[in-house]
Design a protein around this ligand. Structure first.
Ligand code: FES
Length: 97
């Protein structure tokens, strides 16, 4: 299981491989907001402060959406598009981008 910390809500949970961060937010009652849930609206953008390596690669849709934000988006992810891809590790997320 991977440890996921949602810093802004002071939530820390163990998450199995394959679970999306949207699912994590939904099941923990996190305050993160979601819109389309399909990678179009950027409402769910968040900063991965550490542990990016434990998340899925950015897909085509996510890359396009993040491009709109401009600047350095290397630490940013759409929570509805990324999922835990490892069995172990630690991910720290902040909603502040
Ligand atoms: S909820 Fe719209 S991009 Fe994630």
């Amino acid at each position: 299981m991977v440890s996921v910390s949602l810093q802004d809500d002071n939530i820390r949970v163990k998450v199995p491989k394959g679970k999306t961060l949207r699912q994590v937010a939904a099941t923990t009652g996190a305050s993160m907001e979601f819109g389309c849930r399909v990678g179009d609206c950027i409402t769910c953008v968040a900063r991965v402060k550490s542990g990016m390596i434990y998340l899925s690669e950015k897909n085509e849709k996510e890359l396009k959406a993040l491009e709109i934000l401009g600047g350095n988006v290397s630490q940013l992810r759409l929570m509805c598009q990324c999922y835990v891809r490892c069995e172990e590790g630690e991910i720290v997320i902040s909603y502040a981008v």
